[in-house]
Write a protein that binds this ligand. Structure first.
Ligand SMILES: NC(=O)C1=CN([C@@H]2O[C@H](COP(=O)(O)OP(=O)(O)OC[C@H]3O[C@@H](n4cnc5c(N)ncnc54)[C@H](O)[C@@H]3O)[C@@H](O)[C@H]2O)[C@@H](O)CC1
Ligand SMILES: [K+]
Length: 520
């Protein structure tokens, strides 16, 4: 799913109005009806108090239009206009008049107003600001937001949490609504997925308001959200008349005394992602444990006992995954530099290999084309330097990727893969995956996919998805706390199978009993 900028959403809006020959007011009405239907199907007329806080722009207009629908269906509402500016939008005013026609008189809140009492079991509709926010809200609006939070009532935000910018991080967290649920029009927004701004978004859902499909289809975006729909076309089925050689040979280089497990995890992950053959290159101390833990892998031992000292081998792998458990001994650094000097094979670089690159930036020039780098936040900082906020980080990542022609897999709650000026934001995964060895597994999965012939960028995007999906399936049995990296590997098969599973449509009770009778 594409992640559009505010400017693009406004353009989609315009294009919709022109092509579908509707007014902007009609589009707002569509939006309000969608939200109303969402609320009504869940609340079924329950008499819970709903407080609607509406700004004076189109986000506020959505809120006021929603208030009218709620009123018409007998809901218990209170409407407040957050009067932060005199520049009221046309459609806001149209809807304000319609509301007054229904004898609903909103309370106007301004600087110095007393804020309304809100019970913790009430519901707040947050329609103060949408995608049009262009400066920090006034102090009194921030205080109002704090008042909403203190109430502990459930906050439902329209389009986005008020106070969240589309393209930067708010300076003052008091000026952003912490939303329990966001109903986003047509598309989700990039800020829902970034660590600095995603914290304001509890859950989110997209409501289709019928924006011009042609505009949405043909407009290129800088970011894309990756889910099952996006990865399914990437999948390459296995052929009947194939053999293990068809699916490539991965070489995993890593491990050191006490950290051989990392290389084992990466190798096993490469196997379960489908690599035909996997060889591991480890220090001598890793030889026996490797052969015991993973009989499917072949092992080459370095001459050194505890760490790698000379990375040379006779085999010709299709791809090399390097860095997991590698350590940063002087001898290993030298071996890694020598190896890079001569290597032309596609490569996936993780962990200590990234740390070595950070300390010896000249080595970056030696990387083969489209090398995949998989840093976690600390490794990324060592690689690209400190950043001001998530947007600054993404800018730096893009220019780094361009400079060294590498694919950067920026790991996090929503891992973002960056290449060629574009970011692919992974939608799945869970906090249980923040566990030792999870990154080693990802390295192995991406390596294993490249072995099978996937391009490095595709392998990264697909690999991150499969890894996240395996983690999501795994927690059904383990919960967050008890998920370990090996269990992610164990669920890779189910992640693949799940690609082709169609979500079950709930069968109405009556039909169920009929069908069971006919079975008898
Ligand atoms: N294209 C779409 O998807 C549609 C958008 N609609 C709604 O329209 C919203 C965007 O509306 P607007 O462009 O009117 O913008 P907002 O309603 O987000 O903001 C209102 C206006 O306040 C001003 N403003 C910004 N920051 C301020 C601040 N800190 N203090 C005081 N004033 C400030 C700006 O001039 C802005 O236009 C969307 O988020 C959505 O809710 C819907 O009506 C339906 C269609
Ligand atoms: K809002």
């Amino acid at each position: 799913m594409k992640l559009f900028t505010a400017e693009q959403i406004y353009a989609a809006d315009k294009s919709t109005i022109a092509k579908q020959q509707i007014t902007s007011d009609a589009l707002m009405e569509r939006a309000a009806e969608q939200i109303f239907n969402w609320i009504h199907s869940r609340m079924q007329g329950a008499p819970v108090k709903i407080h609607l806080f509406c700004g004076i722009g189109n986000n506020g207009g959505d809120g006021v239009a929603l208030a009218r629908h709620l009123k018409e269906h007998g809901y218990n509402i209170a409407v407040y206009v957050v009067n932060y500016s005199k520049k009221r939008s046309k459609d806001f005013l149209i809807n304000l008049e319609r509301l007054k026609d229904r004898k609903v008189w909103p309370e106007f809140l301004e600087k110095g107003s007393k804020y309304p009492d809100i019970g913790r079991d009430d519901i707040i509709v947050d329609a103060i600001f949408g995608i049009g926010l262009n400066r920090t809200p006034d102090e009194w609006v921030k205080q109002l937001m704090e008042h909403l939070h203190v109430s502990e009532a459930f906050i439902l935000s329209i389009d986005m949490p008020s106070g969240l910018f589309m393209d930067k991080v708010a300076e003052d967290s008091r000026g952003v609504v912490k939303s329990n649920y966001v109903l986003s029009f047509q598309v989700p927004k990039l800020v829902f997925f970034l660590p600095d701004t995603g914290i304001y978004v509890g859950q989110w859902e997209v409501l289709d308001i019928g924006l011009d499909p042609e505009y949405l289809m043909t407009t290129e975006t800088d970011y894309e959200l990756i889910g099952k729909q996006e990865v399914l076309p990437l999948y390459v089925p296995r052929q009947k008349f194939s053999h293990k050689g068809t699916y490539g040979h991965s070489l995993i280089i890593g491990g050191s005394y006490g950290k051989v497990g990392a290389a084992i995890l990466a190798s096993k992950a490469a196997l379960v992602s489908g690599s035909g053959l996997v060889t591991a290159f480890v220090p001598k101390c890793g030889y026996v444990p490797f052969q015991t833990a993973l009989p499917e892998a072949m092992v080459i031992a370095d001459r050194n006992e505890a760490h790698l000292s000379n990375i040379t081998f006779e085999i010709e792998p299709n791809v090399i995954g390097i860095g997991t458990g590698l350590g940063t001994e002087e001898e290993t650094i030298r071996a890694f530099s020598d190896f890079l000097e001569n290597n032309k094979t596609p490569i996936v670089i993780d962990a200590d290999a990234l740390n070595i690159l950070s300390k010896n930036k000249a080595l970056l020039e030696k990387l083969p084309k489209q090398a995949v780098l998989t840093p976690h936040p600390k490794e990324l900082e060592r690689l690209i330097g400190k950043w001001k906020d998530d947007f600054d980080k993404l800018k730096k990542v893009k220019s780094f990727s361009k400079k060294y022609d590498c694919v950067l897999v920026v790991k996090g709650a929503h891992t973002i893969t960056v290449y060629d000026e574009k970011g692919y934001v992974n939608a799945n995964g869970n906090p249980g995956m923040a566990t030792a060895g999870s990154g080693d597994v990802l390295t192995g999965v991406i390596t294993g996919l490249i072995a099978q012939g996937y391009e490095p960028l595709i392998a990264s995007v697909f690999g991150v998805y499969l890894h996240g999906r395996a983690g999501d399936i795994a927690i059904e049995n383990t919960g967050y706390q008890s998920l370990i990296a090996s269990t992610i590997i164990d669920n890779m098969g189910r992640a693949y199978i799940d690609l082709f599973e169609i979500p079950e449509v709930p069968v109405p009770v009556e039909e169920k009993s009929n069908s069971s009778r006919s079975d008898e």
